[in-house]
Design a protein around this ligand. Structure first.
Ligand SMILES: Cc1ncc(COP(=O)(O)O)c(C=O)c1O
Length: 397
């Protein structure tokens, strides 16, 4: 059976070059980097190369810090909880601002802090899933400790204006964090240009291994550690280093940046071909202006086609897609971003996310188009809601 992977916003295949560099550290070069003997020091060269690749990948300066974590969920938790310990517990400030479409790693952490008495303000997205910097200005005040807004949304692919948002946060003396998980390898990420104080990333979203990620911390920014222990990473994040993971993440970052032009040409062209084909089907709505999205993502609503049923049909054809964020896909709840942009409940239940990578081929996209069209025909034919007025629905919101 053909297998086509179109769920790259959930996770990506491991870059073969990264795997090759990782293997020795999963085999005979298993020393702990902190050990003083040969086995420990044998890891140092590869670790240094990997860390250098991470600095170069986001254009961090030597004095900035990139701290290795286990995933972006940890990085995001660390920033929000660290700021709570640094600025809120001592009553210096009492508010954080997040967007209404943050990943649960930010959203649920903010809700937890709210339960401890922190005030949380939500910056809502517009009906096209974009964010207006002016709306942040309206929410700001001197009481804000942290603004946390993702660089690109995991479900729609819509890119947020991080540079402007960061500048506004700084005007009011607040720190700025961005969850850049869905930007790395898709659009240029440059911490010197954006001016962010903290930036989270996760290797498995850019063809690196799972279980390793990082947090960029701008020179001079303090952040109380989340993990105390053996004082690894200069005391900022304790725990024995995941050597193979870090080595793989470094190479994956290097290649993610190297292949950005491929993302802009090959991936975007295939994405547009797939999207154009979807839009030839009646009553299909795609969220977000194409020019304002990362090149690999489509979030579509297909009237009369329940998202989970579509996934089932596609899976039978060997095609992997999603109804929204990976974490939500086990529940049958409607897509939260569809709710956030004010879509009606039918559209919210018919969300289909297709996310490509540089490893997808034209033949795969042609196959996916054929199978998606077949699934729409089959599912609409048995849909009680669509049968009453096929083609008669308004497209759009
Ligand atoms: C925007 C965003 N942030 C955070 C995460 C969590 O990343 P990790 O799997 O590394 O914890 C994801 C994963 O879906 C994501 O898309």
């Amino acid at each position: 059976m053909n297998r086509v992977y179109l769920d790259n916003n959930a996770t990506t295949m491991l870059d073969p070059e990264a795997l090759e560099l990782m293997l020795p550290f999963l085999q005979d070069q298993y020393g702990n980097p902190n050990s003083l003997h040969f086995f420990g020091s044998q890891t140092h060269g590869a670790l240094k190369t990997a860390i250098d690749q991470l600095y170069a990948g986001i254009n961090a300066r030597d004095n900035d810090d990139i701290v290795i974590t286990s995933c972006a969920t940890e990085s995001n938790n660390w920033v929000l909880k660290g700021i709570y310990f640094d600025k809120i517990l001592n009553k210096e400030k009492n508010r954080i601002i997040i967007s209404g479409v943050e990943h649960p790693a930010v959203f649920a952490t903010a809700s937890f802090l709210q339960s401890l008495g922190v005030e949380v303000s939500i910056l809502n997205v517009n009906s096209d899933a974009s964010l207006n910097p002016k709306s942040l200005k309206d929410l700001m005040g001197d009481d804000v400790a942290l603004v946390s807004i993702m660089s690109a949304n995991n479900e729609t692919g819509v890119i947020f204006p991080i540079n402007e948002l960061c500048e506004i946060a700084h005007e009011y003396g607040a720190l700025f964090h961005t969850d850049a998980v869905q930007s790395i390898g898709k659009i240029p990420v440059n911490v010197q240009v954006s001016g962010v104080d903290f930036l989270s990333f996760s290797a498995h979203k850019f063809h690196g291994p799972k279980g390793v990620g990082g947090l960029f911390i701008k020179d001079g920014a303090s952040l109380t550690p989340l993990l105390h222990g053996g004082e690894q990473m200069g005391g900022r994040r304790s725990g024995t280093l995941n050597v193979a993971g870090i080595v793989g993440m470094g190479k994956a970052m290097e290649n993610a940046v190297k292949f950005l032009s491929v993302e802009k040409t090959h991936v975007e062209r295939l994405r547009n071909k797939l999207e154009d084909a979807l839009l030839t089907i009646s009553d299909v709505y795609v969220v977000g202006d194409r020019a304002k999205r990362v090149p690999n993502t489509i979030l579509a609503s297909i009237r009369g086609v329940e998202g989970e049923a579509m996934l089932w049909d596609l899976n039978q054809a060997g095609i992997a897609a999603s109804t929204g964020s990976a974490c939500a896909s086990e529940s049958l709840e409607s897509n939260p971003i569809m709710q956030a942009i004010g879509a009606d409940s039918e559209l919210a239940h018919t969300a289909l996310r297709l996310s490509l990578s540089r490893f997808n081929t034209e033949a795969e996209i042609d196959y996916a188009i054929e199978k998606i069209k077949a699934a729409v025909d089959r599912l609409r034919a048995i849909s009680s809601s669509f049968a009453y007025a096929p083609n008669g629905h308004e497209s759009g919101l």
